[in-house]
Design a protein around this ligand. Structure first.
Ligand SMILES: N[C@@H](CCC(=O)N[C@@H](CS)C(=O)NCC(=O)O)C(=O)O
Length: 190
């Protein structure tokens, strides 16, 4: 049994929930955390962030959503891209998700919803960076069904973010037609 600590609706937690479902693991989601849960998260996550998981099979705990995806792929032997180029592509797109796509969406979210004042330069820059990431993913998916050929943790990591792009940028997701088709493909997985 995998215990997932974190708010289910958040994209980072969604990545982990999609992963456990796709690889067929049983999980429980500890969404409303009590003091003991919060203390546990603080011990496991160097940055104090969720999601965090605890694997009751072996007592292993992991934080950082992409580290969790890698751990679960290793544990089950599923959704890790194959060898050679496919494996390298998997690492590349996983890091693209954390350093470009989710980073730019989080930055834009901050300037849209949390900054104490409107900063047009920051909003414009954030919006452009998010849309550029979407163009990159759309172009990649124009030539293949999944980012690394077969479905993998790279797809699992990216899928939750594509749901929030429209809301934050005011650009319809339909603009990215290959992402739209891929999203439906992803949502048909277990
Ligand atoms: N790099 C982390 C980021 C996770 C993250 O930002 N989680 C949010 C909740 S969705 C959080 O814990 N925020 C509280 C904080 O940053 O202190 C990951 O991939 O898991």
């Amino acid at each position: 049994m995998i215990t997932i600590y974190g708010e289910q609706a958040r994209p980072y937690c969604q990545k982990v929930i999609r992963m456990v479902n796709a690889v067929g693991l049983v999980y429980t989601n500890t969404e409303a955390m009590n003091d003991k849960d919060r203390a546990f998260v603080a011990t496991v996550s160097p940055n104090g962030t969720t999601p965090v998981i605890l694997d009751s099979d072996n007592g292993v705990s992991v934080s950082e959503s992409n580290a969790i995806l890698l751990y679960l792929a290793d544990k089950t032997g599923k959704l890790l891209p194959g060898q050679g180029q496919a494996r390298a592509d998997g690492y590349q797109w996983l890091l693209f998700e954390s350093t470009a796509l989710s980073a730019s969406i989080n930055e834009l979210y901050h300037y849209l919803c949390a900054a104490p004042m409107d900063i047009p330069y920051a909003l414009d820059r954030g919006r452009k960076r998010v849309l550029r990431c979407m163009e990159i993913v759309d172009k990649r998916l124009a030539e293949r069904d999944f980012l690394c050929g077969e479905v993998s943790i790279a797809d699992i990591a990216i899928r939750p973010w594509t749901s929030v792009v429209e809301e934050f940028t005011d650009v319809s997701l339909a603009t990215f037609s290959h992402v739209m088709t891929w999203s439906r493909r992803m949502d048909a997985l277990p």
